[in-house]
Design a protein around this ligand. Structure first.
Ligand SMILES: Cc1cc2nc3c(=O)[nH]c(=O)nc-3n(C[C@H](O)[C@H](O)[C@H](O)COP(=O)(O)OP(=O)(O)OC[C@H]3O[C@@H](n4cnc5c(N)ncnc54)[C@H](O)[C@@H]3O)c2cc1C
Length: 539
């Protein structure tokens, strides 16, 4: 009989959890969640992510206790924690899900694997979703994804044989990072709330009706707040299993079709496509971990160097102050600033506005995606390295294979917030500015500025760059690069390694017959298929 330790990482749930199921069958077991100093010190970390994780751990602990499984909590480097538990309790199997995370998790897993070999502990890992480890070729990937997602959902284990005498350990109430102290158990202000039960409630609410407006509410930050599913943080911390979400979604699509609710079926089909993107993007990091730090297209190396030479797109303002203005929501472009302030306050933003923020940083401000990506990663409660770094590079034009998309912040403001409600909510300096000037407040004359209590450069900044001139220079630089022979040759390699394939498989919501299957290449529309093609091009 084995003694097992289930190492919980980003899989903080009871349902559809292969390592927990295995432990319930194998022998005396305990579960373990480690608060690792490397996470706290990582540049992507934010205390709100920890608060979300700890709330999930608390719920899971309470769910496992009556089933007989203690959930131990420890603070320290993974190898050290495992070593201490091994010395005290002598387990011979370590059970976990595979993880596709930032570089520090990869390095830590290598160290854990080496430790397991030394101690003759068998480490068994299960795939957590559709990401394939040691993938040889992208051909057939979509079929494998579908196979995994359609496999039976694992039931919540009923009972365990526990280890005797293991100290459960407390969740820390404060954390210390490089001298700074933060509360570790701050109440989670985010909506929706953490945990598996809350995640399932949010999902069922969406599938049961809220998803009806999904396609038309995706793009505006006003409507997306309730129109999107809002399950991203639950997926990122594994409080929901992607398989469960996929299968419930397919069932809801079928029910909506059978019931003649075409609007709901259509909304949920759009949503089901995003679930494929989740793994499609994560696969890129799994297959090429270096994309967290360096360009997909090496031809882009040096494209956005340190401070700018005269004539580069964001001339005149240092890189550091451009980055700071962007992070703080003080660029002078109301929609950019409203989105950033909203994100900084809440930990969530819809896809299109995330893309707009990155496009503005990468093209208008000519900033490298790594520091801007780190700021966003810290703000996102749902930070998921594989999606995040792929998207950062795609929206910055450095993948070498995607259409360049430069969003005009003024046009996005008019399209997505025509009445200025979102801007007024998040940029109170502009509250009194009449609608006709709200999206371009710097065009008010001096009298109107005074009357509106918004004197430019006193109450609210002047635009940090000239939108049109900066976009033109950025476009010239990007297209100049793309024309180079070496860049074109490299694009073929990247497409081969990371691009999706036509599979001819039944697609989203079309298992039950009906309309024509969509080709798998839809996966590679890289997040822009949330709107019909005519509106697809940001300007
Ligand atoms: C620059 C940038 C960075 C991003 N970083 C992250 C991140 O760190 N973590 C993260 O979960 N998403 C990220 N996204 C993708 C997307 O914006 C979020 O998944 C989405 O806004 C989450 O809200 P939701 O759960 O309501 O999404 P819904 O629209 O309801 O979608 C459901 C799920 O599908 C997946 N999904 C949706 N859109 C995408 C997409 N474009 N690419 C991949 N998967 C998608 C997510 O898992 C999401 O939870 C990023 C997008 C951009 C442009």
């Amino acid at each position: 009989m084995s003694r097992c330790l289930v190492w919980l990482k980003r899989d903080l749930r009871l349902m559809d959890h292969a390592p927990l199921q295995a432990a319930s069958l194998l022998g005396p077991s305990a579960a373990l969640w480690i608060l690792e100093p490397q996470w706290l010190e990582s540049p992507e970390f934010h205390p709100r992510q920890l608060a979300f994780a700890q709330a999930c751990v608390t719920e899971l602990r309470a769910a496992l206790a009556p089933r007989g499984l203690p959930l131990l909590v420890r603070v320290g480097p993974a190898v050290q924690v495992l070593q201490e538990l091994h010395a005290a309790h002598g387990f011979d199997q370590l059970l976990s899900h595979e993880e596709t995370g930032p570089g520090w998790t990869y390095a830590r897993d290598l160290a854990v694997a080496a430790w397991c070999r030394q101690r003759s502990v068998r480490w068994r890992e299960w795939p957590q979703h559709g990401v394939v480890r040691r993938l040889k070729s992208r051909s057939g990937w979509a079929g494998r994804w579908a196979q995994r997602m359609d496999a039976p959902v694992g039931p919540a284990p009923l009972a365990f044989a526990p280890w005797a005498g293991a100290d459960a350990g407390e969740l820390p109430t404060a954390i210390h990072r490089s001298g700074a102290a933060d509360a570790a158990n701050a109440p989670v202000a985010e909506v929706p709330l953490p945990g598996e039960r809350a995640g399932l409630r949010v999902l069922d609410d969406f599938l049961g009706g809220r998803g009806r407006g999904y396609r038309r509410s995706l793009s505006s930050p006003l409507t997306a707040e309730t129109g999107c599913s809002r399950i991203s943080a639950h997926l990122a911390f594994g409080a929901l299993s992607l398989r469960v979400v996929h299968q419930r979604t397919e069932a809801a699509i079928a029910a909506a079709q059978d019931g003649g609710d075409r609007a709901l079926a259509s909304g949920l089909r759009g949503f089901a496509g995003r679930l494929r993107w989740h793994c499609h993007f994560m696969q890129k990091l799994e297959s090429e971990p270096a994309i967290e730090f360096r360009h997909f297209a090496r031809a882009c190396d040096g494209l956005r160097p340190g401070d700018d030479a005269p004539g580069s797109p964001a001339w005149g303002v240092t890189q550091e102050s451009r980055l700071r203005a962007w992070q703080d929501g003080l660029t002078g472009y109301p929609m950019v600033d409203a989105c950033m302030r909203s994100l900084n306050a809440t930990g969530w933003l819809n896809f299109r506005m995330r893309a707009m923020l990155v496009s503005f940083a990468a093209y208008h401000l000519w900033l490298h995606w790594r520091p801007t990506g780190l700021h966003l990663a810290r703000q996102f409660t749902d930070f998921e390295a594989g999606i995040h770094w792929s998207q950062m590079q795609m929206q910055s034009g450095t993948t070498g294979i995607n259409t360049l998309r430069i969003y005009s912040p003024s046009k996005q403001a008019l399209d997505q917030d025509p009445q200025g409600d979102f801007i007024r909510r998040w940029v109170p300096e502009l509250a009194q500015v009449p609608l006709a000037w709200l999206h371009r407040p710097w065009t008010m004359d001096a009298t109107l500025q005074r009357e509106s209590l918004c004197v430019i450069d006193t109450h609210y900044p002047a635009p940090i760059v000239d939108e049109q001139a900066a976009a033109r220079l950025a476009k010239d630089a990007m297209f100049g690069l793309r024309k180079q022979r070496a860049a074109r040759a490299e694009a073929d390699r990247i497409q081969d390694r990371h691009g999706s394939r036509k599979s001819g498989l039944p697609q989203v919501g079309q298992r039950r017959g009906g309309s024509k299957p969509r080709p798998d290449t839809q996966l590679d529309l890289f997040g822009m298929a949330d709107v019909p093609p005519s509106q697809d091009e940001p300007r």
